[in-house]
Design a protein around this ligand. Sequence first.
Ligand code: HOZ
Length: 435
Amino acid sequence: MRSDSRINPLAHSLDLARRAEEFFPGGVNSPVRAFRAVGGDPPFVARAEGAYLFDADGNRYVDLFGSWGPMVLGHAFPPVVEAIREAAGRSASFGTSHAGEANLAELVRRCFPSVEKMRFVNSGTEACMSAIRLARGFTGRNFIIKFEGCYHGHADALLVKAGSGVATLGIPGSAGVPAETAQHTLALPYNNLAAVEAAFAAHPDEIACILVEPVVGNAGTIPPAPGYLEGLRKIATKHGALLILDEVMTGFRLSLGGAQQLYGVTPDLTTLGKILGGGLPCAAFGGRAAVMDQLAPLGPVYQAGTLSGNPLAMAAGIATIKHLIEHEGEVYPQLERVTQSIAEGVAKLAQQVGVPLTTSRVGSMFTWFFTGGPVTDFASASASDTAAFARFHRRMLASGVWLPPSQFEAAFVSTAHGHSEVELVLEAARGALSE
Ligand code: HOZ
């Protein structure tokens, strides 16, 4: 820790980290938490409230990663806490059908009209894995298209040229994935329609689906070029393949109806997660009824889960999405305003001190790429000076601002962030950029 750190030494966090290392590989339950790409010691969180995380050593941080996306209303948002408490009194799990599932589904369909039918699962990994199985079952084809730097969870077929922790750790794929499994995954450059056309030309009638993060979050934030998503829609339709939008990050965040509402593109299938469960493990995949009805018990595509539709997750999701629906007119403009102040405020500071920075933002998700840019795909994101990002991350953390610990992840802002948090971030960045 730097001597001029504005936070207390992380003595308790270090003790907790040593203990965690005895039990967990790398001391963590998900690789990105180990801070390997940015260095320094990850604080251990004791609690969180609103826009802030509090660590085991009594430090407070402005939270700019929001549990990787779910906490759009801030931490411990009272209606969500109350809904979970109330649901827990009726048991944490039933393992069978209950009314809460359709209650949440109705809200989802109101926000995402393309999701005529859906299945609840427990994570984005499950949602994407199940969506591609369904696309393959529906079309009778084996190949899938994904994009370099996009991350759709850690299912075998989707770890090819993936973003998020895979990109963060510089792993080209993953050991343990048989070549036979990966051979049907075509990983193409994002924002490049010609590459998609070429793949269909090379594999006529063999490609089941195009799976895409409509706004990439897992290589850092990368928006679609004008016409790109519409182009994917047209190509998929022309070749009888399904278009799957992975809205795990963007759903309910970029607008109530996610990126598909923002960009006016209708997919065949959508995957959702993060905000959907209000911070509890919950995700979904859904879309055209004719496709969804291929799932067991109606159809031949199998998918299942003991904790799917978990009553606590349904309750937290309902409380979160109800609030977003009821306050849509205030929530999204506020998220836009505050995120813009943070993202562009720091960009301006960087410009003043001559640090090359490309700020990439859509609504309340953004990334400061340490490159002169532009950033349009994973190759250009990879041109970033990751050592400079790591230094910036450590200095911001020491000043009480917690960014996602990788150049290849998106930052997220919540409705609990306001003027004071903007000021705190700008003050921290002023110091961090000028040292
Ligand atoms: N899927 C999250 C966003 N990239 C990262 C969470 C994790 O890998 O722990």
